[in-house]
Design a binder for this molecule. Structure first.
Ligand code: PLP
Length: 418
């Protein structure tokens, strides 16, 4: 590719996401002593603000790590080797979390699903009812499966657990949902909420967090869980007000303070509504590219075929299509698009990036080469999204991926009505 891109890169990866100028400016300042009152004031404000985003009044811990660190913290504090947990299968990220748990010696039972529809909470209830000895210590669910653009209803998972009168802990990965769409840690009875800095929080990668219920905290405090040090909630709590093991990454906190201010200035509900609007417009474009005349979100989706599970890469039509097949579960932060049969998305993504300076996400794990992902989370507005969708279409045309032209116009129509 010989064309040298000019102007800003349009960054539509589903994480990391665009970092707002205000956040960049906030980080661009001299260091502070992490134990100084000047910094601790910022630190306190960040904890309070982040708890409002998580919608919790319980415990919160932050780490200098990517989301994987918070994953480790989430299980190391409450589960010991040999404990059994139930993982709700959603795709690449539920598989990665499963792999991590198994490396720590946990016995992971995977509640299998067709990745294009996800798991039915009724099946979770049924499984938990059958666990009369309460061997299952935790139910783990990825709220927004970033690899497939499918969101599992955490609230309904809690309802299923309560209906089965099961005492397991509920762990939810909110890495690509937090500050993008509704999540309510306390109201939904989530015991451990895992989050990361580089998606809805619009920060650089490298800070992660866990919201922790008093029930989960008590397990950790009584010495439950696995051997741990850096992730140890007891140690962290004992170090109040620093609440951190080692040197606090003060610049991440400078950025967090600014991003929380942006979220509060817009209002969380308005942030969610903006994400939903941009997501609907993206789906309208994809449906149009796939040749569908009705580009609005249908009210109910196709049901998985009997016994269907795993990635399921069968494209129904000879054009791009939405990977997620259940409209009730469409993600408001990322749309995964299944390419038409026989078309590898890597060439198309290379054209988008190298020729037109548009960065899109690729397919992960078994979806590699067949799926591309349009991130629409974080610091994004209508012109940015329309630019990205029009350029996606341009890259399809140039790279020879079959599609019906006019998807960007379908997005305009969707936004105009929304
Ligand atoms: N969980 C989900 C849903 C994710 O999207 C990601 C990363 O994209 C992770 C976990 C892992 O987080 P990290 O890459 O920050 O370690």
């Amino acid at each position: 590719m010989s064309i040298r891109p000019r102007g800003r890169q349009f960054f539509n990866n589903p994480g990391p996401t665009n970092i707002p100028d205000k956040v960049l400016r906030a980080i661009d300042r001299p260091v502070l002593d992490f134990l100084s009152e000047e910094f601790l004031e910022i630190h306190r404000a960040c904890f309070q603000g982040l708890k409002r985003v998580l919608k919790t009044e319980q415990q919160l811990f932050m780490y200098a790590s990517s989301g994987h660190g918070a994953w480790e913290a989430s299980t190391a504090n409450v589960f010991a080797a040999g404990d059994k947990v139930l993982m709700i299968e959603s795709g690449y990220f539920s598989e990665s979390w499963t792999m991590m748990c198994r490396k720590f010696g946990l016995e992971v039972e995977v509640m299998e699903s067709d990745w294009r529809h996800g798991v039915d909470p009724a099946a979770i209830e049924q499984r938990l009812r059958s666990d009369t000895a309460h061997e299952i210590k935790g139910v783990l669910v990825v709220h927004n499966e970033t690899a497939t653009g499918l969101s599992h209803p955490v609230k309904d998972v809690r309802k299923a657990m309560d209906a089965a009168r099961h005492p397991a802990l509920l762990l939810a990965d909110t890495i690509s949902s937090l500050a993008c769409f509704d999540f309510r840690m306390d109201e939904w009875g989530v015991d451990v909420a895992v989050g990361g800095s580089q998606k809805g929080l619009m920060l650089p990668t490298g800070m992660s967090l866990t919201g922790v219920s008093e029930k989960a905290m008590a397990i950790s405090a009584k010495g439950g869980g696995a051997p741990r040090h850096y992730w140890d909630w007891r140690e962290m709590k004992a170090r109040d007000p620093q609440r951190f093991i080692g040197t606090t990454p003060v610049h991440h906190f400078f950025g967090l303070q600014a991003s929380l201010a942006l979220l509060e200035e817009e209002g969380l509900d308005a942030v969610f509504a903006r994400h939903a609007r941009l997501a609907r417009a993206t789906r309208a474009a994809v449906r149009h590219w796939g040749g569908l005349n009705d580009t609005s979100d249908p009210t109910n989706g196709t049901k998985p075929a009997q016994g269907e599970r795993g990635p399921n890469l069968t494209a129904a039509i000879n054009g791009p299509e939405l990977y997620c097949r259940d409209p009730a579960r469409y993600s408001d932060s990322v749309t995964a698009v299944l390419a038409p049969e026989g078309h590898n998305v890597d060439k198309f993504r290379k054209v988008a990036l190298e020729r037109f300076n548009l960065s899109l996400g690729g397919g992960l794990g078994p979806l590699g080469g067949r799926v591309f992902r349009i991130g629409h989370m974080g610091d994004l507005n209508e012109p940015m999204l329309l630019g990205a969708l029009a350029t996606t279409e341009l890259a399809m045309k140039v790279s020879g991926m079959p599609h019906r032209p006019g998807g960007a116009e379908a997005a305009v129509e969707s936004l105009a009505k929304d």
